[in-house]
Design a protein around this ligand. Structure first.
Ligand code: HEM
Length: 546
């Protein structure tokens, strides 16, 4: 009795009554503000914090937000096993459900989160789901270009021509050229390692700086503007600061540093663009085409550099962390190194003058373990959240023929981190690296189909990454040469005692997780393998050779 009276007194106390009233009000305001949800839309998942709860959690938790959503707990009536007649008595139990897709109310709008691989593919292929509105909104914030140019973007055809030019510039013929030019820079670097070997103080920063310049050599040609240490650092300062530019996060120091780095990059690109000849075939078609489109719309000189900065980080921000994790997974496993080396050895052609030639196409066709190990590394480190906007009411369908209505104007988010880490799809050991996972035998055709649909490091549909074949060729070529020609050891002891750095979570502005503390990544020692002491590397891709 005393307890009941105590509870009643507490409920009637002023502060508790006010709190309950505020919660109640927020609840009803939240529900009143929520846009209506059709019965055919995906099931609604509400946040515990009304109105802006999902928005806040998404900003705070980034990709981890979607991992929490995957499992939804609901109370359900379950038949009582002890009842005399089955189903006559039920009791309520809390059950976890995997949610393949959900509607998340956010303020007055809603977003759909999809984690079922077949639904994800159905969304990628749907023409009513578009990336373009995000590109328009994002471009001005990221590049910081003038309102005048923003008007050009909105009122002309420039954006669709620009996107098309990216894909025209990455057809097979252009990719072969990019592969060979970029890997030539890598060859020069590792070819200069002498008898004493090379000590690298920080493995991540070594790969980052080397591959940033190599990639830009391929893209910009002999007059590549991104060569000096300061500009390479600027590319990464700019890339890391993108969320600050995009969401106007007012951390003045980071924002200021990001804007300063952006300005230096814009000036370097502006100078380079002023001198770039439209018919210079030493410059990649990927860059030439899009500068050509802008020139066609009257953009010239420094203005070109101001806009081009918006994509400067794209070719490096994902490939380099992927290469780093691939490198770590492989070289920390001496047995795997031996197996992969045995696979690569027959494809390297030794010629006169200590030249070893590696053909990228041979790696793709004849090194299944290397390719599987790469895919596995990328499955684990890629946490891309794909964004699309529904331009019209549209439906997508899963593998069992269940369809879901997606209403016009809603954002669609597809977190690859969830599908890449799913134990249902990849097995109980989904969280660990298993080099031959992508060679698994004995899968049913359904399982194999789901795995194919669930590996989406490059996105999908009309906006699937146009640089994917360049990125993978750079990584395959570099790793093949390291496996063949070098012993790779950590500076601080042997690999058995080495602990790989923890992975940071993936911000929405990028696709691949970096090491949590880049500055603390351990160093590596590279020494020449016996029999490969004087080798100089040469790469071939398709018909293109150095
Ligand atoms: C391992 C390396 C890479 C990964 C994981 C990666 C991943 C991605 C992803 C997830 C997207 C978004 C796709 C979508 O929305 O469906 C994308 C778009 C894009 N990527 Fe990559 N990328 C990589 C390397 C590159 C390289 C080397 C280049 C350029 C040479 C490049 C150029 C682009 C461009 C231009 C887009 C925008 C395409 C569009 O919106 O139509 N990427 N990339």
């Amino acid at each position: 009795m005393a307890l009941t009276e105590g509870i009643v007194a507490l409920l009637l106390s002023k502060s508790v009554s006010i709190s309950l009233a505020v919660c109640g009000l927020l609840f009803f305001v939240g529900r009143a503000l929520e846009s209506s949800v059709d019965a055919l839309e995906p099931p609604v998942l509400r946040s515990k914090i009304p109105i802006f709860g999902h928005f806040y959690s998404l900003l705070r938790d980034q990709e981890a937000f979607f991992k929490r959503l995957e499992w939804h707990t609901a109370w359900e009536h379950t038949p009582d096993a002890n009842a005399a007649v089955a189903n006559t008595h039920t009791h309520l139990v809390s059950k976890k459900h995997r949610l393949p897709i959900a509607t998340l109310p956010v303020l007055r709008t809603k977003l759909y989160a999809i984690s079922d691989p077949i639904l994800v593919q159905s969304a990628y292929c749907n023409k009513n789901l578009s990336f373009t509105p995000f590109a328009v909104r994002g471009a001005q914030k990221i590049a910081g270009f003038s309102d005048e140019y923003h008007q050009v973007l909105m009122q002309t055809n420039v954006l669709s021509e620009y996107f098309k030019s990216l894909y025209d510039g990455t057809t097979a013929q252009h990719i072969h050229q990019l592969n060979v030019t970029s890997l030539k820079h890598v060859s020069k670097h590792i070819g200069s390692i002498g008898g004493d070997g090379m000590e690298i103080a920080n493995t991540y920063l070594w790969l980052r700086n080397l591959m940033t310049v190599a990639t830009c050599e391929g893209l910009f040609g002999p007059e590549n503007p991104i060569r000096g240490d300061e500009l390479v650092e600027d590319v990464w300062t700019f890339e890391t600061g993108l969320p600050y530019l995009f969401f106007h996060i007012l951390n003045s120091k980071t924002l200021q540093r990001t804007k300063e780095a952006r300005r230096r990059l814009q000036l370097a690109l502006g100078n380079w663009c002023k001198n770039m000849k439209q018919d210079d075939e030493q410059v990649s078609a990927y860059i030439r085409n899009r500068v050509g489109i802008l020139r066609g719309y009257g953009v010239e000189g420094q203005d070109l550099g101001d806009i081009e900065v918006g994509l400067i980080h794209v070719p490096t921000s994902n490939s380099i962390p992927t290469l780093f994790w691939f490198f770590i997974h492989v070289f920390t496993r001496p047995d795997l190194v031996l197996q992969m080396r045995a696979e690569v050895e027959p494809i390297a052609k030794r010629g006169p003058g200590h030249v070893a030639t590696i053909n990228i196409d041979d790696i793709i066709e004849r090194c299944p373990l290397l390719i599987s190990a790469y895919k596995e590394a990328s499955r684990i480190c890629n946490g891309f959240t794909c964004n699309r906007l529904t331009l019209e009411d549209t439906t997508i369908t899963d593998g069992q023929g269940r369809s879901y209505l997606l209403k016009k104007g809603a954002a669609v988010k597809m977190p690859a981190g969830v599908t890449h880490g799913s134990e249902d799809i990849w097995g109980q050991d989904a969280a660990t690296f298993r080099a031959d996972r992508f060679l698994d035998k004995g899968l049913t055709s359904e399982q194999a189909k789901i795995r194919r649909a669930a590996w989406t490091p490059f996105g999908g549909g009309a906006h699937m990454c146009p640089g994917r074949n360049f990125a993978t060729a750079e990584i395959y070529g570099f790793m093949a040469a390291l496996l063949l020609g070098y012993n790779v050891e950590p500076l601080d002891g042997n690999w058995d005692t080495y602990k790989p750095p923890p992975m940071a979570s993936c911000p929405q502005s990028t696709s691949v997780r970096k090491p949590e503390d880049e500055a603390a990544v351990c160093g590596t020692r590279l020494t020449r393998r016996s029999g490969w002491e004087a080798v100089q590397w040469k790469f071939i891709s398709g018909p293109v050779t150095e």
